[in-house]
Design a protein around this ligand. Structure first.
Ligand SMILES: C[S@@+](CC[C@H](N)C(=O)[O-])C[C@H]1O[C@@H](n2cnc3c(N)ncnc32)[C@H](O)[C@@H]1O
Length: 223
């Protein structure tokens, strides 16, 4: 893969995959986007203490590190599975500046996550456990049940197979009733695929540079 670290508008880094011309985060602000889409609309939905989170597209680990910090602040106990088909190598991760760009608790978490082994559970403190799972999401199956899904695949135009209706049906089945899926994309086909899978879909204001994002809920009383 031909990758390059780039600065985004809020001063935080992201990664450009030059082979396919897509960024790992919004160029309008990587940390800003992660906070807005995944923490504010996703993690902050929950006040219960035990939450299982699935991230589709772990990438740099930025969303995971912010989650570890905020979960700790909120007193939440979290188990986190981060799925990634193409793990970044250690040398490349060393070029990403989150160590300096994140608040110190998130920077510490990011460092630990970056150095953790793949495909084995590890702990950050007493309330956060995580597995970095190397797998192809499109054919990944699991009988685990999650409360919260961070859907952070590359854009639908770039990787339509990740956003296919059957993938959202699979995720719906993996979500507990009352659970939530959040994603930065608000495209019509994504909304429709989520609705067809059974979700109640809400369009929320997006992070800088994007009008909207989506929050999809598996209703408590759903069939
Ligand atoms: C938008 S980036 C995710 C950014 C990430 N959440 C972060 O905080 O840095 C999309 C990620 O999906 C990964 N990916 C692409 N195809 C995949 C697949 N079939 N299964 C799992 N991950 C995949 C990419 O390698 C990339 O890391």
């Amino acid at each position: 893969m031909d990758l390059e670290v780039q600065k985004t508008a809020d001063g935080s880094d992201t990664v450009l995959n030059k082979s396919i011309g897509v960024h790992y985060h919004s160029t309008n602000g990587a940390i800003t986007e992660a906070e807005h889409v995944f923490i504010t609309a996703g993690l902050n939905h929950f006040s219960q203490s035990d939450i299982a989170i699935l991230e589709v597209g772990l990438g740099t680990g930025l969303n995971a590190a912010l989650t570890a910090m905020h979960a700790d602040e909120k007193g939440l106990k979290v188990s986190y599975v981060g799925l990634e088909l193409y793990p970044l190598n250690t040398e490349f991760v060393g070029k990403i500046g989150y160590q300096k760009q994140l608040p110190s608790a998130a920077a510490t978490a990011w460092n630990a996550i970056s150095n953790a082994p793949w495909n084995a559970e590890f702990a950050l403190g007493t309330n956060f456990t995580m597995t970095k799972q190397q797998a192809d999401f499109t054919c990944w199956v699991s009988n685990q049940q999650f409360n919260l899904i961070y859907f952070d695949a590359f854009a639908p135009d770039c990787q339509p197979e990740m956003w296919a209706p059957e993938q959202f049906k699979k995720l719906y089945a993996m979500l507990k009733h009352g659970g939530v899926l959040v994603t930065y994309s608000a495209k019509g086909i994504v909304k429709q695929a989520l609705r067809d899978a059974g979700f109640t879909v809400k369009r929320l204001p997006g992070p800088p540079g994007k009008h909207h994002m989506l929050k999809a809920i598996k209703e408590v009383a759903a069939h």
